[in-house]
Design a protein around this ligand. Structure first.
Ligand code: SAM
Length: 278
């Protein structure tokens, strides 16, 4: 994901969920007791979820907040918009990669948050192991990511069409590792304990988000899908039209008559919430 300008204008579902999850699970984080400490956010994207919903939860000044993302574009954008805030920095981090350089620079953290990021990572064991290593002993983390979402089925269907196949040869890299998993909580339990966590809570939340109007759905899909940017400009709109076509065939739309603005797209999905302490 490399489109911070598009993303921060089309991330309604991510913002809604971050706020709801922090309302429900935020009290578990030990930040409300000590107020101080350091916070790492993994996959911060454009940085607005971190700055609008996470940072305000701390009762007093944090010693340090580091927002991170694998995308240099996202990091640069977040730094430009939010980088002048006291004690706040943004840096590049691939949570599925090697941490040595990052840990040498920043050390370990009291708290870690991550919203809508970890389903992007193939090497789940490496990613969760890295989260564990980045926490100080006694530190805690709140990790929120997608288990299942129709967007991944739609990618899969489009990738099988002759028209789009050549742009989507690596489609499986962009489908949540839990999309076709019958017991995501069970798999995660095994994963968390295998990397060293002994105290954790896992919840799978069934949620619905409604996109009002074709334009809003297209903007949201454009902001997160990695395939459009591989196509010539003149095919990008066509791709989004075919995406909408699949949504309609999956009976996820309502009111789609004459006026595109009246059309509603119902998205049922499953979100994983993990709270764990080291
Ligand atoms: C949907 S955005 C979420 C942004 C923000 N947390 C929010 O809730 O609005 C997912 C972000 O995860 C980042 N990401 C994907 N793979 C990553 C990785 N291996 N390490 C760190 N960040 C990653 C993407 O670049 C993207 O900015």
């Amino acid at each position: 994901m490399n489109k911070p300008n598009l993303y921060c204008r089309a991330n309604g579902v991510q913002r809604r969920d971050a706020e709801e999850i922090l309302d429900e699970f935020g009290h578990l984080m030990r930040w409300e007791k000590d107020g101080k400490g350091s916070l790492l956010d993994i996959g911060c994207g454009s940085g607005d979820v971190l700055m609008d919903f996470v940072v305000p939860r701390f009762s007093s000044d944090l010693v340090r907040v580091v927002g991170t993302d694998v995308s240099e574009h996202m990091v640069r954008f977040a730094r430009k918009i939010h980088g002048d805030r006291k004690n706040v920095s943004f840096d590049r981090l691939d949570i599925g990669g090697d941490l040595k350089h990052f840990v040498n620079k920043w050390g370990r953290f009291d708290h870690i948050t991550s919203f809508y990021c970890l389903h992007w990572i193939r090497q789940q064991r490496v990613a969760f192991g890295n989260v564990y290593s980045l926490l100080k002993p006694g530190g805690d983390c709140l990790l929120v990511f997608l288990a299942q979402n129709p967007i991944f089925d739609i990618y899969d269907q489009l990738s099988r069409s002759a028209k789009w196949a050549k742009y989507m040869t690596d489609v499986e890299l962009y489908i949540s590792p839990f999309q076709y998993c019958e017991n995501p909580a069970g798999e995660l339990e095994e994963l968390l304990s295998s990397v060293g966590f002994t105290e954790y809570k896992i919840q799978i939340k069934e949620k619905i988000y409604v996109y009002e109007g074709i334009d809003n759905l297209k903007k949201a899909v454009k902001a997160v899908n990695p395939f459009s940017e591989r196509m010539p400009m003149e095919l990008q709109e066509d791709f989004l039209d075919d995406y909408i076509g699949v949504v309609r065939r999956m009976s996820l739309s309502q009111n789609c008559g004459e006026d595109e603005d009246d059309c509603r797209f119902i998205t049922p999905y499953k979100l994983v919430v993990v709270y764990a302490t080291r």
